[in-house]
Design a protein around this ligand. Structure first.
Ligand code: OFO
Length: 172
């Protein structure tokens, strides 16, 4: 049976994953609207939004499996969707996504710390998947951000970047 404190914190985390999914979705729509020619980038963002949804469902199922109840009442999500109003470029999109992934990594670390404090080794074990995922996600978004910084205004660079993101994404 899951402890109340763990259940509460895991619920907050599935809200964060929902927020992540909506954030990627809002970025995808914004890029598609502003930069229709770069459909590789918007496809990557749309697909990533679905991945974040999977992260959320994994948490919901875990909470329920351990005897808690992952209700979706009073969902508390930060209004990150407004971030697109602060974006002037694709670089801004990836900067914001990288910042967001770093926040998620911190939340996962806090959860791991709590699971150890509460001697909940089942949750500790469950969270290892999220640790691995965050290593990959931070690395992926940072890699794209670094490439974008190199491209700046080079139009052919943007063309290649769009192809690159499509290729990397399809070969996953
Ligand atoms: Fe982007 O990894 Fe979940 O939130």
């Amino acid at each position: 049976m899951i402890k109340h404190i763990i259940e509460l914190e895991l619920k907050k985390q599935f809200h964060k994953e929902l927020e992540s999914s909506l954030l990627y979705l809002s970025m995808a729509s914004w890029v598609e609207h502003k930069y229709g020619e770069f459909d590789g980038i918007s496809h990557f963002l749309y697909d990533h939004s679905q991945e974040e949804n999977i992260h959320m469902i994994k948490l919901i199922k875990y909470i329920n499996k351990r005897g808690g109840y992952a209700d979706l009442n009073n969902i508390n999500i930060h209004n990150n969707m407004n971030i697109t109003s602060q974006c002037n470029s694709i670089q801004d999109v990836f900067k914001n996504l990288f910042k967001h992934e770093q926040i998620i990594s911190q939340k996962v670390s806090d959860l791991v710390k709590l699971s150890l404090k509460e001697h909940d080794y089942f949750t500790y074990h469950f969270l290892q998947w999220y640790i691995q995922e965050q290593i990959e996600e931070e690395n992926l978004i940072k890699k794209y951000l670094d490439k974008i910084k190199l491209i700046e205004e080079d139009k052919s660079g943007w063309y290649l970047f769009d192809k690159d993101i499509t290729h990397n994404h399809n070969s996953k």
